[in-house]
Structure formats: structure tokens, C-alpha cells
Design a protein around this ligand. Structure first.
Ligand code: TTP
Ligand code: MG
Length: 355
């Protein structure tokens, strides 16, 4: 095994805005933002790319946003919906990688060092994950590097819907060219101190004396910036849980275009087969995290619908099928799949306690 790690950071593009656009397609050609009302001194959570052209962005007040862009449509946030969508993204990622750390609602670190997929090509794995996310109707960008910090920084380079690899031999030169404000942890006040000391780019830190940095920024922050600009960031991808899933799918002998046919395939074929594969303990107890239905259409694009739940439910599969079916837009269906993500041990204990 090589000692150089392959770490990716996946970050959803304009996440809350993309999520809203998915269920309200009419928003697409308008500048809009998710945020609290200006009367209640609300702030902007995020804005779509059209609104960003006016300067509307995360953390400014909604009142200011409306000054910058008077035609802005302001919508309240729906955190549980975004969380559910983020869970669907997590499920996709877990199908390609066991070592995943969710850093925020829309950011995931993956350790792909030992991945068996695509002959270990991190670029191809991230392309595949991003293409499955695109099937959900939203997009993500990724950065790939041997250290976490650069994976995160690089995920912005080709945003939206792009990715960037910084190979190990280019790490030092990539950092050299980097304006310090792009380094996570360098906020406005650190930046002012650094610029006051004549430090503007990664190269300035690479050539600095450690003592000069620690006297400017303090021991811990100074040391950490010094190390990271040398390409030293030993932080591991910390796995919270490995989500295992089980499923069955069926490529149909002939494409179908009636929902009732699909319902029958799930009820009569796929669900009994899933029960058999799961075995009695899982099928009857609280050992499920979520259920998913997948449809592949005759143009080979696919869609999935998922919902979290604790106990296996045939009715839920039918509901999810109906949700997914609505996206067929006249296409017939060539494959149907159903799957469950299994709860891990910790979750099971928690569920039993909750009861
Ligand atoms: P980000 O990934 O920072 O932003 P984004 O996904 O909207 O845009 P980008 O394409 O640049 O990645 O944050 C993810 C979500 O977190 C964002 O959609 C809304 C929320 N958020 C807030 O609620 N407040 C904030 O100040 C920020 C930065 C984000
Ligand atoms: Mg994002």
C-alpha cells in the first residue's frame, strides 16, 4: 500500500438553492435566495447563481440582499427537506466508499486510498459519484488531493459541477500560488494580520520563519498554517458509520409504461426476494435506516426516491415508486430496484432506547 493518501472533498453546489429549484422548477430563471424575512432581521443562508451575480451571498442580511437585488425572491428554509436530500447524497457516496466523513450538511470527505472501484482512480470514482448525484437533479463539485485541506480548497476551483485533482507532486506548487484568504481558518482578522506582516500567498508562508507566524497568529494557529502550507495535514477522514445496504433489482424483459405493472413487480417479485435476502431478524425488527426505489428509464437515465424509516415497509416502497414514477416524463421503464440501508449498531441501540 502506498503511503500517499487519496482524499476527496465533495461539496454540493448552491445546496439549499439547488434543493428548492428541484421541487420548484419555476425558480430556475429567477434570482432567489433562502433566508429569513427582512422584517425579522433575517439573514441569507444561500443564493442561486443568478442572485450571486448581484452580490447576494450567505450570511448577509436579507434586507441588504433586497437592496442589492430588488427583484430577489426570498424563500424560507426547510431544513428537514435539505437533510433528507443530503441523506440521499450520502447513500450514493457510501456505495463507492466506506470511509466517509460528513463535514456539514453539504460536504463530505472520502478516503479513497484503498478503494477497489475504477482501479483505484479517485478522479473516476468522483466523476461516477457526481454523475449519480446529477441524476437526483442537483450537482456537486469535488477536490482531490493527498491532504484534507487541499481537497477542500480545490473543490472550489471548478465549481459548479466540476472537479479538480492536485497530484502529490504538485501539492507544494499549488499551495505556493494560493492567496491566503482561500485557506480555511484564515478569516478577515488573520488575513489582515498576515498582510500587515507581508504575507499574501502560500509561497510567503512556505518561506517564512515559524516564529514570525506564531507571533502574528498565536502558537496553535501559526503552527498549523505553517505546516499546512508545507503540505502537512495529517488529519484523517473520520468515519462515523459504514452504511451497509441490501437490495434487489430487475431488468425487465420488456420496458413497461404503466405504474400498476411496476407496483406488481415490487409487490410480487422484488419485495419477497428482498425479505428472503434480509432474513427474519432484519425484516421484522428496527434495523433499517432508509428505503430506496430506483428506476432506470429507456434512455438509460435513472432516478431514485428514498425515505428514512426504522422498520421495513412494503407500503413505503410503493409510495417511493409513485414519487419516482412521476419523473418518467413519458419515458418507459427498463429496470426497477428496491433497497434498504441498514441501521448500524449504535443507531439500533438508540432506536431501542427511544422506544
Ligand atoms: P456552502 O457549501 O458554503 O454553500 P452553497 O452550497 O450554497 O454554495 P457553493 O456552491 O458555493 O458550495 O453551504 C452549504 C449550505 O449551508 C448552503 O446551501 C446554505 C447553508 N449555509 C447557511 O445556512 N449559512 C451560511 O452562512 C453558509 C455559508 C451556508
Ligand atoms: Mg456547497
Amino acid at each position: 500500500m502506498s503511503s500517499v493518501r487519496k482524499i476527496a472533498l465533495l461539496d454540493m453546489d448552491a445546496f439549499f438553492a439547488a434543493a428548492e429549484q428541484l421541487r420548484h422548477p419555476e425558480l430556475k430563471n429567477r434570482p432567489f435566495a433562502i433566508g429569513g424575512s427582512p422584517q425579522k432581521r433575517g439573514v441569507i443562508a444561500t443564493a442561486n447563481y443568478l442572485a450571486r451575480r448581484f452580490g447576494v451571498k450567505s450570511a448577509i442580511s436579507s434586507a441588504r440582499a433586497l437592496q442589492l437585488c430588488p427583484q430577489l425572491t426570498l424563500i424560507p428554509g426547510d431544513y428537514s427537506y435539505y437533510k433528507q436530500l443530503s441523506g440521499q447524497v450520502a447513500d450514493i457516496i457510501h456505495r463507492y466508499c466506506d470511509k466517509v466523513e460528513q463535514a456539514s450538511i453539504d460536504e463530505f470527505y472520502l478516503d479513497l486510498t484503498d478503494s477497489p472501484h475504477f482501479q483505484g482512480s479517485a478522479s473516476l470514482i468522483m466523476e461516477a459519484i457526481r454523475s449519480e448525484i446529477r441524476e437526483l437533479g442537483i450537482t456537486a463539485s469535488a477536490g482531490i488531493s493527498s491532504i484534507k485541506m487541499v481537497a477542500k480548497i480545490a473543490s472550489d476551483d471548478n465549481k459548479p459541477d466540476g472537479q479538480k485533482v492536485v497530484p502529490p507532486e504538485e501539492l507544494f506548487s499549488y499551495l505556493a500560488k494560493l492567496p491566503l484568504k482561500r485557506i480555511p481558518g484564515v478569516g478577515p482578522s488573520s488575513l489582515a494580520k498576515l498582510q500587515g506582516g507581508g504575507f499574501y500567498l502560500g509561497a510567503d508562508i512556505q518561506q517564512a520563519e515559524l516564529g514570525d507566524l506564531t507571533s502574528l497568529l498565536g502558537e496553535r494557529h501559526g503552527q498549523s498554517l505553517f505546516n499546512r502550507c508545507q503540505g502537512i495535514d495529517p488529519r484523517e477522514v473520520v468515519t462515523e458509520r459504514v452504511r451497509k445496504s441490501k437490495g434487489v433489482e430487475n431488468t425487465l424483459a420488456e420496458d413497461i409504461d404503466q405504474l400498476s405493472q411496476a407496483e406488481a413487480i415490487i409487490s410480487d417479485e422484488l419485495y419477497p426476494e428482498l425479505l428472503r435476502r434480509l432474513g427474519e431478524p432484519v425484516a421484522s425488527q428496527f434495523k433499517i435506516h432508509s428505503q430506496t426505489v430506483k428506476l432506470k428509464f429507456n434512455d438509460f437515465s435513472q432516478t431514485t426516491a428514498s425515505h428514512s424509516c426504522n422498520r421495513l415497509s412494503a407500503v413505503l416502497f410503493i409510495q417511493l415508486l409513485r414519487d419516482a414514477w412521476q419523473r418518467s416524463a413519458g419515458r418507459s421503464v427498463r429496470l426497477i430496484g428496491i433497497s434498504v440501508a441498514l441501521a448500524d449498531e449504535g443507531e439500533q441501540r438508540q432506536l431501542e432506547l427511544d422506544l
